[in-house]
Design a protein around this ligand. Structure first.
Ligand SMILES: [Fe+2]
Ligand SMILES: [Fe+2]
Length: 317
């Protein structure tokens, strides 16, 4: 990478900087003096920031391409408590830098290939042959999308390869839990963890940078109902017994626990109950870590929506 830039989290008001960022969105607007300007959102691995190009026109606006890497020269201003880039120059990054665009998106800390392989090993350790075939087959058929899909549009694990990261952490947690509670059925719990969110691959439409939007099907049905439908279809194709399909489908449909979060049924057996709590623990841990990631010791975060608007403390212990 030839161009050296400052990361978004290191910006301080008043400074003039060079940055290399992904352009995430653009909007052509009119100021009160009737002059056109462009509102932009930039992103790198450390966060996102708004920017403005003053004295803009339609040609300048249309030349900007979203989801590509740009070299930006700007002054960092403070606007309503946030940093805003007052842009002097903006230029599309060279192809050699553009090839490394993945380094600029928030991504899982573990390589997707490594995560996929370990998840696959968990699936292969399932002893019940029907559950094992269903789980391994589902992973293989979805491998390509799993490599980069986030687990959400904006909540926990909304990062590149976030879905794999979520599944892997849950499997590791499930394994530890079974050291304490020995009567848990490992096959059901592992399969439930691997399959519970898999239809997020179709609930969301994500590009290979891991940026996602909800699909029409995702909005109307959601990944629980879509998951049941998918398991049923593949299960019948593979000749899996009704009993196995029913148990796995129940785990999928009950994993959000509450009707208001999309579950029409609450868990009715132990592995389904544990799946819900393992899912919740992993989401919470992610949210706490994420909330304090850009704070200094002793500071509280902004209210976190997914934590009932609690402010999270970064303690110094
Ligand atoms: Fe879910
Ligand atoms: Fe989940």
């Amino acid at each position: 990478m030839k161009f050296e830039g400052i990361t978004i989290k290191d910006l301080t008001p008043g400074g003039v900087y060079n940055g290399i960022y992904i352009l995430r969105s653009k909007e052509l607007k009119k100021a009160s003096n009737n002059k056109e300007f462009i509102d932009l959102v930039f992103l790198d691995q450390t966060g996102s920031v708004q920017g403005k190009i003053w004295d803009a026109d339609k040609t300048k606006f249309e030349a900007l391409q979203v989801d590509l890497l740009y070299y930006v020269n700007f002054q960092a201003d403070e606007w309503k408590g946030n940093i805003q880039l007052n842009i002097n120059k903006i230029k599309l990054a060279e192809a050699s830098d553009q090839d490394e665009i993945y380094k600029f998106v928030p991504s899982s800390p573990i390589k997707p290939e490594v995560m996929y392989d370990s998840i696959f090993k968990y699936a292969e350790s399932i002893e019940n042959s029907e559950i094992k075939v269903l789980t391994t087959e589902m992973l293989q058929r979805n491998k390509e999308k799993l490599m980069y899909y986030p687990a959400a549009k904006s909540l926990h694990h909304a990062i590149r390869s976030g879905l794999l990261y979520h599944i892997l952490r849950m499997l590791q947690l499930a394994e530890k839990l079974m050291l304490v509670y020995e009567n848990v059925n490992k096959d059901l719990l592992f399969a439930g963890v691997i399959l519970h969110d898999l239809e997020k691959l179709n609930e969301l439409e994500a590009n290979n940078l891991g940026f996602a939007e909800y699909t029409k099907e995702g909005q109307l049905l959601g990944h629980l109902v879509m998951g049941v439908r998918n398991i049923d279809k593949l299960g019948r194709e593979l000749g899996i017994s009704e009993e196995v399909l029913l148990l796995i489908e129940h785990m999928i449909i009950s994993h959000h626990y509450e009707a208001e979060y999309g579950s029409p049924k609450k868990p009715m057996f132990l592995e389904a109950e544990l799946l819900h709590y393992i899912d919740l623990i992993d989401a919470r841990v992610y949210d706490y870590n994420n909330a304090v990631s850009n704070l200094n010791t002793g500071e509280f975060s902004e209210p976190i929506w997914s934590l009932d608007k609690r402010r999270v403390l970064k303690h110094g212990i």
